[in-house]
Design a protein around this ligand. Structure first.
Ligand code: ZN
Length: 244
């Protein structure tokens, strides 16, 4: 059983009709629905949380019972309280998985965990094709996927993407304009696993795409906590058995 919390700032849908036309229930609902569509045998318990809820919906009770947190933000990164960001980062160090989507590259938790600027180049066109090439076919996130996923309309994100070198690079994107981008990246921080997945611009129906939903579901399974002890840190006396 994996307890998943889908966090969404949920602002575009409230102020931009072109976004609410695509996601009338909000992007978080479409992402949650995609997890349910890929839930084989009741492995996911899914809830959603949004910025305007008290504590952004991320109370201690919610965070402490979340195995994997999915994060989508764009307009309001700066409105996310630093106290909540501290708690999210600490939970990742303890083992909570974090799946960061699209413009979440500039979110406070992601930037904090990466320690770099996380900037990139971008272009929003009416119509631009993205091809995501699978470059780690043996990776668990690749399970059941074709070697290339084509999205007919997406925003372009281009290199250089200012991130630390990923532990594993799972997807590389090509865009019709010629740019490339590291669009599926993984890292470990403390006991936690982080997966960044690029697609998901708010004006396009990307989170209804079955292959995108499949990737996110694989990412959640991969990022779920491993049953491992919390490392003991600080002063460490010589173990007694070594003295005898
Ligand atoms: Zn975007």
């Amino acid at each position: 059983m994996i307890n998943v919390t889908v966090w969404h700032e949920y602002r575009h849908e409230k102020i931009h009709k072109e976004v609410s036309d695509v996601y009338p229930q909000g992007m978080h609902s479409a992402i949650a629905e995609g997890l349910r569509a890929n839930d084989h045998g009741g492995e996911f318990t899914i809830r959603t949380a949004t910025l305007d809820e008290p504590e952004h919906g991320l109370t201690d009770e919610v965070l402490n019972s979340t195995d994997v947190l999915i994060w989508w933000g764009h307009l309001a990164h700066h409105e996310v309280s630093d106290a909540i960001v501290d708690k999210v980062v600490k939970r990742v160090w303890q083992g909570m998985g974090l799946v960061v989507l699209h413009s979440g590259h500039f979110s406070k938790p992601f930037k904090r965990l990466m320690g770099t600027g996380c900037d990139l180049k971008w272009r929003e066109s009416e119509r631009e094709i993205e091809r995501l090439w699978l470059v780690a076919p043996a990776h668990p996130i690749a399970s059941g996927l074709p070697e290339m996923i084509q999205l007919e309309r997406e925003e372009m994100y281009g290199e250089h993407f200012d991130i630390p070198a990923p532990d594993e690079l799972v997807f590389v994107s090509w865009f019709e304009g010629g740019e490339v981008f590291r669009s599926g990246c993984t890292w470990q921080r403390g006991n936690g696993r982080i997966f960044y997945f690029r697609p998901g611009h708010e004006t396009f129906p990307t989170y209804f795409n079955p292959q995108v939903r499949h990737v996110i579901s694989n990412g959640v399974r991969w990022a779920a906590p491993v049953n491992t002890p919390q490392p003991k840190r600080g002063h460490h006396p010589v173990p007694l058995q070594k003295l005898n």
